[in-house]
Design a protein around this ligand. Structure first.
Ligand code: SDX
Length: 428
């Protein structure tokens, strides 16, 4: 017996279907609401509105649960690899040995980018923010691979577009970093695994050898897994709605990069370190900054805390916090901001304002600390978030295209002026 919900309005009753997901989530399907009743719904920030149904990622914000294609994030972070998780998210199942080798081999063999990218990069001032450069380089893939502009091309063609962006975005990220610090770029290697290749391209200095530290490579791989997808968050929704106009994968991902850049979203990991540094420079006065975060007249927010969906600990934050401890310990790094972060977390978790609003540390709170320990410069933190989220964006774009979802076009309630008559300039 299918469930329904009733709306009573203006003396009339409207019955709407209720759909149930595989994790028992319930939603009122309002697809026929306006046609039945003339009503639309209004939900600023889509806090209570589902945009789609999806088989990719499930999270339970109250219980702090996150699963990719049904696998718990804790198990994947411990036992899988970023490339294997990318395959799982994009194609729906864990790959067998042959599938993984072919997938990883295709990515390794597509890491090189056209030499013209050096000229494109050269057009950016070195002070450019890496996220702006990255989104431009990703969009320019449509120039080098114009066939990618047809999102309805063959599955083989779509898979080639997928492999190319998975392979080339780390090269773009590393070259963007090298351009920023004025160093010559390092070419990608098809012999190294995903993280070792990225670290090598970023940190090998001219004329010097560079040995990848396995502790750093492993920690980075775990971080990328933890960032790989997260349901219909701001940047993923941006990727979907851009793709819904039959925008290409590359232009949709570029739009997602720009949405992720915002400090309320992926840009928070940079802001967290800036806040912790400010607290440190301010003599570690955590209470002062907590008070600022709670002051409605002060625009300051405690970055890395709070979440639209998690009203419990972000499960990723728990894993990253432990990884941060392990990495700093193994690398022998004593980072004073880690102690400030733990102190801030302790105070926040007991503070009435934060407890009342269920503001817990989120994925960005500890990730900045671990990136710093890995030697990643602050303004590259969100670039790494984008590298991690890329498989999720791809999977969501692919699902939306395969489901032939309609172009995204929300409605509105108009609240502006009504009938006005034009007044000539000399009479205004
Ligand atoms: C990510 O959606 C995702 O899945 C995102 C993400 C992913 O993987 O894709 O998880 C990644 O973006 C994590 C979030 C990173 N952003 C930050 O850390 C920025 C700081 N956090 C906040 O700006 C805020 O918590 C948001 C943006 C994350 C969520 O905002 P909401 O859901 O719109 O909630 P809200 O702003 O309405 O806050 C509710 C209340 C308000 O107080 P009242 O008006 O009720 O009195 O909580 C307060 C807010 O002022 N509040 C904070 C706060 N976050 C919320 N107060 C102080 N510091 C904060 N960080």
């Amino acid at each position: 017996m299918s469930e329904t919900a009733k709306i009573i309005y203006d003396g009339k009753e409207y019955e709407l279907p209720v759909i149930t997901g595989t994790e028992n989530e319930k939603a009122i399907d309002i697809g026929s609401l306006r046609q039945m009743s003339g009503l639309i719904t209004l939900d600023y920030g889509y806090k209570n509105t589902g945009a789609t149904s999806s088989k990719i990622t499930f999270l339970d914000g109250e219980k702090g649960i996150l699963k990719y294609r049904g696998y718990g994030i804790e198990e994947l972070a411990e036992k899988s690899s970023f490339i294997e998780v990318a395959y799982l998210l994009i194609f729906g199942d864990l790959p067998n040995q042959d599938q993984l080798e072919r997938f990883e081999g295709a990515i390794r063999n597509n890491r090189m980018v056209h030499e013209d990218y050096k000229r494109i990069l050269g057009g950016f001032p070195s002070r450019s923010h890496p996220m702006g450069v990255l989104s431009s380089l990703v969009t320019s893939l449509t120039a080098f691979f114009p066939e990618s502009l047809d999102p309805n091309r063959s599955p083989e063609g779509v898979n080639l577009s997928i492999v190319r962006i998975l392979a080339k975005m780390p090269t773009f990220a590393a070259w963007t970093y090298k351009h920023k610090i004025g160093h010559p770029v390092n070419y990608p290697s098809s012999k190294e695994d995903y993280c070792s290749n990225l670290l090598h391209m970023m940190f090998k200095q001219p004329g010097a050898d560079y040995e990848v530290d396995p502790v750093i490579a492993n920690a980075l791989d775990k971080l990328l897994i933890l960032h790989a997808d997260h349901e219909q968050n701001c940047s993923t929704s941006t990727v979907r709605i851009t793709g819904s106009s039959h925008g290409s994968l590359y232009t949709s991902v570029s739009a997602g990069i720009n949405a992720l850049w915002g400090p309320l979203h992926g840009g928070a990991n940079m802001e967290v370190i800036n806040t912790l540094e400010n607290i440190r420079e301010d003599g570690g006065d955590t209470k002062k900054w907590m008070d600022k975060a709670k002051d409605k007249d002060d625009p300051f927010r405690l970055m890395g805390f709070g979440h639209r969906v998690y009203k419990n600990f972000d499960p990723r934050a728990r894993i990253i916090k432990k990884a941060a401890d392990d990495v700093l310990d193994k690398l022998g790094v004593n980072d004073p901001v880690l102690d400030i972060a733990k102190g801030l977390e302790r105070v926040a978790l007991e503070d009435e304002y934060f407890v009342e609003r269920k503001l817990y540390p989120n994925v960005d709170f500890y990730s900045g600390i671990i990136y710093r320990a890995l030697g990643i410069p602050v303004d590259m933190f969100t670039v790494l978030f984008a590298l991690g989220r890329l498989p999720g964006w791809i999977a969501q774009w692919k699902e939306m295209r395969e489901n032939k979802e309609p172009i995204g076009r929300p409605r509105q309630v108009y609240t502006g002026e009504t009938n006005r008559t034009y007044v000539p300039l000399n009479q205004r």
